[in-house]
Structure formats: structure tokens, C-alpha cells
Design a protein around this ligand. Structure first.
Ligand code: ADP
Ligand code: MG
Length: 226
């Protein structure tokens, strides 16, 4: 059973003589099959926390455990390898590479860890069909709508069959209709491939779909619904 644990996480940013405390003693366990939402006002520390959980940034103190690994003890190479094989990340802004096609963008994480084989290409075809971007596979990102770009970013995050998928305000830039499409697809993909979701959002309607909801406020994490 895959597990991701945040143990006494603190994060502060040094600004001259001042220290801005963003996360203060955050403890959270995320199990396989969990769907977790993290809410909180802008500036509350949601992105900082997601980046630390996903091993993209280091805490000031505390540990993140992924199964038997303490992420802080791993070399950078080993950490990237673990991230590529187990974690997917979707940002508010899609961050697609503009001179690669939709399909090439989706292939990228598999090219990086040299796992792009015919079987994976078939899975990508299936994912593109499920996300309704298959007909766009040979197009460059600038030709896509906002919703299609975000669905491409979601497909890219799914290609290595992650166990944990992190989403930082994935619907923050979309209109109502496209937000709903992304929300539904997220849970459909999570159920189909058995992926835990960890989503930062302040869309209250979206929160109802998650089995655990937490709020970041004054650098502390509290439970809203569990
Ligand atoms: N690299 C950084 N250096 C200094 N301050 C930062 C840095 N990253 C984030 N912050 C500050 O930390 C706080 C939390 O930011 P963030 O995690 O982005 O919040 P949220 O995602 O909830 O809007 C904000 O006050 C932000 O300005
Ligand atoms: Mg943020």
C-alpha cells in the first residue's frame, strides 16, 4: 500500500532580517486511493506545501516519507527518478512546451525516464481518447483551447502511471464548463488507474468530490472534512 507522509513540516522564507513562516508543523498522511483537497486563501501556502510533498522543494525542517523513503535523504538523481516513476504534477498554467505537439508533450516524462515503448504509446492513445484530445494529437499547444491545454497537461502527468497526482489549482484558469469537465475527468482517471489525488483549490463546489478536505490558515493545516 503506497503512502505519502508529511511529518512535522516547517517552511519559512528568509527575507533580509525577517523570516516569513508559511508552513508550521504540518502533519498529514495520504494513502493510496485517497482524494485530498487543500484549500485556503491565496498566499496561505498551498503551492509551497504541494511542492514539498511532491519532492519539488525542500522543507526548512521536517520529513516527507514516500513508502520507505525519506525524500530528504535521497540524492537529486534518485529523487528525480522516484518523482518520475511515482508522482505526477498538474499546474494552474499548463506549462506545455510550445514547439512540441500535444502527443510529444505527453510523451516527454516517458522520454526522460526512457520508458516510452509501444505498450506505453497505446496507453497514451487510450488516455488521449478518454480526455478527448486524441484528434488534437498533432497540433501545437497554441492552437488548443484552455480546456484542451489543461487536459493535455493532465495526460502528460498520467503517462508514467503515477501513484500520487498533485494538482495546483488545476481549474483556476478555466471557465465553469471546462472546470467541470476537468473535475469529472480527474476522478474518472483516479478511479480507473488507482491514483491518489492531492489538489490545491479554492473552488468550493469542487471540494465536495474529495474524501478528505483540509484548510491552510495562519501556517497551520486543519481538517474540514474527513
Ligand atoms: N520562493 C519564495 N520566496 C519568498 N516567499 C515566497 C516564495 N514562495 C512563496 N512565497 C510566499 O509564501 C507564501 C505562500 O505562498 P504560496 O505557497 O504560493 O501560497 P498559495 O499557493 O496558497 O497562494 C506567500 O506569502 C508567498 O509570497
Ligand atoms: Mg498557489
Amino acid at each position: 500500500m503506497n503512502k505519502l507522509i508529511s511529518n512535522n513540516i516547517h517552511k519559512s522564507f528568509e527575507m533580509g532580517d525577517d523570516s516569513l513562516v508559511v508552513l508550521n508543523d504540518i502533519n498529514l498522511t495520504i494513502n493510496e486511493n485517497d482524494s485530498v483537497a487543500i484549500t485556503g486563501a491565496s498566499g496561505a501556502g498551498k503551492s509551497s506545501f504541494l511542492h514539498i510533498l511532491a519532492g519539488l522543494d525542500k522543507p526548512t525542517s521536517g520529513n516527507i516519507y514516500f513508502n520507505d523513503f525519506d525524500l530528504s535523504l535521497l540524492s537529486n538523481n534518485r529523487l528525480s527518478q522516484i518523482r518520475l516513476e511515482n508522482f505526477g504534477f498538474v499546474y494552474q498554467f499548463h506549462h506545455l512546451l510550445e514547439d512540441l505537439t500535444v502527443e510529444e508533450n505527453i510523451f516527454m516524462p516517458a522520454l526522460i525516464n526512457k520508458s516510452l515503448d509501444n505498450e506505453k504509446k497505446l496507453i497514451v492513445k487510450d488516455i488521449m481518447r478518454s480526455l478527448d484530445i486524441y484528434k488534437r494529437k498533432n497540433h501545437l499547444p497554441w492552437k488548443l483551447s484552455g480546456g484542451e491545454k489543461q487536459r493535455t497537461a493532465l495526460a502528460r502527468a498520467l503517462i508514467n502511471n503515477p501513484k500520487f497526482l498533485f494538482l495546483d489549482e488545476p481549474t483556476g484558469n478555466l471557465d465553469y464548463e471546462n472546470s467541470l469537465i476537468i473535475q469529472n475527468l480527474l476522478f474518472e482517471m483516479s478511479n480507473k488507474y488507482g491514483i491518489a489525488l492531492i489538489t490545491a483549490t479554492h473552488d468550493n463546489k469542487f471540494l465536495k468530490s474529495f474524501n478528505k478536505v483540509y484548510k491552510l490558515k495562519d501556517s497551520k493545516l486543519s481538517v474540514i472534512d474527513e
